[in-house]
Design a protein around this ligand. Sequence first.
Ligand code: 5GP
Length: 154
Amino acid sequence: MDRDYAAHTPVFVGVLKGGFIFLADLVRRMQVSVLSVEFLRLSSYGGNKTSSGFPKIVVGLPDDAVENRHLVVVEDIVDTGLTTAATLRYLREKKPASIKLCVLLDKPERRRVPTLIDYVGFTVPDRFLVGYGLDLDQRYRQLPGIYILNQEPG
Ligand code: 5GP
């Protein structure tokens, strides 16, 4: 990523809440300077382990934080791809110079929207993961590692 942004100072757009620890670690490893760090928040799973459907932007960004900027969207995990699709649609309307997608975890088995990920950390199986920012009902985010949540029987 440092190589890709040698000529263009990027704006990192973290997708809350799950991506906050990954984003914090990522920016601290960047060699190139980062123009700014911004955050978006979408409606999400609402405490369930399955998606509630079509996510909406609940905390957005001002136009001037995006327009003509080189964006790196940073997400915790892409599952169905609906959250990413809503995020990218929202940002593209604000006319950035470029957008790349950086995702810690790619869970491709349940994908509903084809998603092109520019930078991916790990590909993971279709299990519910917690820790390192990922929660279940707001719990477990602070765990330093990533864990598979034991599935309840039935
Ligand atoms: P998608 O819209 O791609 O189905 O889901 C993306 C969002 O769902 C992620 O940003 C995350 O908040 C949540 N999500 C998807 N899979 C998992 C998972 O295994 N564990 C947790 N904690 N959240 C997940």
